[in-house]
Write a protein that binds this ligand. Structure first.
Ligand code: SAH
Ligand code: SF4
Length: 365
């Protein structure tokens, strides 16, 4: 199928839509209206923009499109979470999850179609590198999930905890954050990273900074490097230097994610070491019992519930705020951090999400 030559308006901030449409509308406020329809009202086509003259809508439709990634599959779990598999124009596939909870809706979005970081306990990592998602592909996940949630919840949280390492895709993430930031307050957006130091510095410099989550996953450098090869490149001491300097607005904290793996990083002593490591940083810890995967890492297991509870309690005793994330939607693998883009085997593996991009955030395509 021929690619659609029309310019996609999704994934662009209203100011950019205004610029693009300037020559194609009779008055500038028309362009503003189009931007509002797309960014604020999630319009899916010009035909919905009923306050625009019909002829203008037709003219715009000849030159522009309002396109989201295609939904290939959708799975609902008993707890109400929905995992969506998206197909992209070049054949790649990615996943995202919507998790309703107590009147809130948390959307877990992907930033890359795979992940080059290759953590040993992560299914996305096991699939290998995938290309960076473009702003329309990132914002499109939000638009589709939000529409699918039916009633518009007054509170939407966005977490970049789906497929990929968001801070290896800073350029497109930056644009996506600008667009999402027109709808959702940056304090409701969290970027989760495996510890890409140049990317964390980039995030620190943003005007409308989202929240930062860091996947710690081990109490020391040696065990962290065993789980997360990236730790060799960005060691724990350097990472914590940057985290101590990370600007935090009043009341904000850095979230540390800690995947608990049986007999590897789940001892009471490990919890005490983690608490010491974090000391001095306004923080909360998100303890995530491992989602097991017999195919990709048959030797890794989640600890029993008592061990998980004890680990959390030890961190709490040390004065930390702790949440234990019993992953939602386990019956459909819908949990964040367990996204695999199932159809990926047949998709092109472009390798521009490679690790070298880490040294030059902002320059990768
Ligand atoms: N690349 C980023 C964001 C995506 S991974 C990062 O690593 O932070 C999001 C979270 O899922 C991370 O905290 C990661 O440690 C966690 N995760 C990955 N695989 C998991 C698994 N098998 N079980 C539980 N959590 C997992
Ligand atoms: Fe990539 Fe995050 Fe998975 Fe590690 S845990 S492989 S950084 S997606």
């Amino acid at each position: 199928m021929e690619p659609d030559p029309r310019v996609n308006l999704v994934g662009r901030p209203v100011r950019q839509i205004r610029e693009l449409l300037g020559d194609h509308v009779d008055r500038l406020y028309r362009a503003q209206q189009v931007g509002h329809w797309i960014v604020h009202r999630d319009a899916t086509g010009f035909d919905e923009m009923t306050n625009l003259p019909l002829e203008m809508r037709r003219e715009l439709d000849r030159r522009f499109r309002v396109a989201d990634p295609t939904v290939l599959d959708e799975r609902r779990s008993a707890d109400g979470s929905v995992k969506v598999l998206f197909g992209l124009a070049d054949g790649c596939s990615i996943e995202a999850v919507a998790m309703p909870d107590d009147g809130k809706l948390t959307l877990c979005l992907s930033s890359q179609a795979g992940c080059a970081v290759g953590c040993t306990f992560c299914v996305t990592g096991a699939l290998g590198a995938g290309r960076n998602l473009t702003p329309d592909e990132i914002v499109g996940q939000y638009r589709v999930l939000r529409r699918g949630a039916g009633t518009v919840p007054d509170r939407v949280n966005i977490v970049f905890m789906g497929m990929g390492e968001p801070l290896l895709n800073t350029r497109h993430l930056g644009t996506a954050l600008e667009v999402l930031g027109e709808r959702v307050s940056p304090k409701r957006i969290t970027v989760s990273t495996s510890g890409i130091i140049p990317g964390i510095r980039w995030l620190a410099g943003l005007d409308r900074r989202p929240k930062l989550a860091v996947s710690l996953n081990a109490p020391d450098q040696s065990r962290r490097a065993q789980l997360m090869p990236i730790a060799t490149r960005y060691p724990l001491d350097e990472l914590f230097e940057v985290l101590h300097a990370f600007p935090l607005e009043r009341g904000r904290r850095i979230t540390f994610e800690y995947v608990l793996i049986r007999a590897f990083n789940d001892a009471v002593d490990d919890a005490r070491t983690v608490a010491k490591l974090i000391r001095g940083i306004p923080a909360k810890v998100n303890v995530i019992p491992l989602n097991e995967d017999a195919e990709h890492f048959p030797d890794l297991h989640r600890p029993d519930d008592a061990t998980v509870d004890r680990f959390g309690a030890t961190l709490r005793d040390a004065g930390l705020t702790v949440t234990v994330r019993w992953s939602k939607g386990l019956d459909v693998d819908a949990a964040c951090g367990q996204l695999k883009g199932r159809h990926q085997g047949s998709s092109p593996q472009q390798r521009d999400g490679h690790l070298d991009a880490a040294s030059s955030p902002g320059r990768e395509e």
